[in-house]
Design a protein. Structure first.
Length: 144
């Protein structure tokens, strides 16, 4: 909520709370919660009250599991939906990176410019230009 409602977050007395902490315990069902224990440091302005209504509407749609213990669940790679592994985390990061690179390459290779310029830009994106740093990484020493 900090990112979506930053103004409400700044005046909230429960800024360190999770959704389950501000739910009124007597009104929790599996469909959601109808009452919330929201505390404010000061009286809200009209536009802040409108934001509060939006926030309550958003968090009221949370599905509650009243018979289960609160826990974190990894849903990253779609294969191991309950278990985080380094492999699954790497896979998610790699897919995102790959998709971004593919989009950049599509744009790059579709440009109508001199091919040598495209190749130079492509090598730059791949960090394959013969800079002093890249040559040093490969064990090639240059004389000044």
């Amino acid at each position: 909520m900090k990112e979506k409602f930053p103004r409400l977050f700044s005046i909230s007395q429960c800024s360190e709370s999770v959704v389950g902490d501000i739910a009124h315990r007597d009104n929790i069902t599996s469909e959601g919660c109808s009452r919330w224990c929201l505390g404010w440091r000061r009286e809200r302005f009209i536009w802040e009250k409108q934001e509060e209504e939006q926030m309550v509407a958003l968090i009221s749609n949370v599905r509650w599991y009243t018979d289960a213990q609160d826990r974190l669940v990894w849903v990253g790679d779609g294969v191991n939906k309950q278990e985080y592994t380094v492999k699954s985390g790497y896979s998610v990061l790699n897919k995102e990176d790959l998709l971004q690179r593919l989009e950049i390459y599509k744009v790059l290779w579709s440009l109508r410019i001199v091919p040598s310029t495209i190749v130079c830009a492509w090598r730059l994106l791949l960090d394959r230009l013969p800079t002093r740093y890249n040559l040093a990484k490969r064990g090639i020493q240059l004389l000044d």
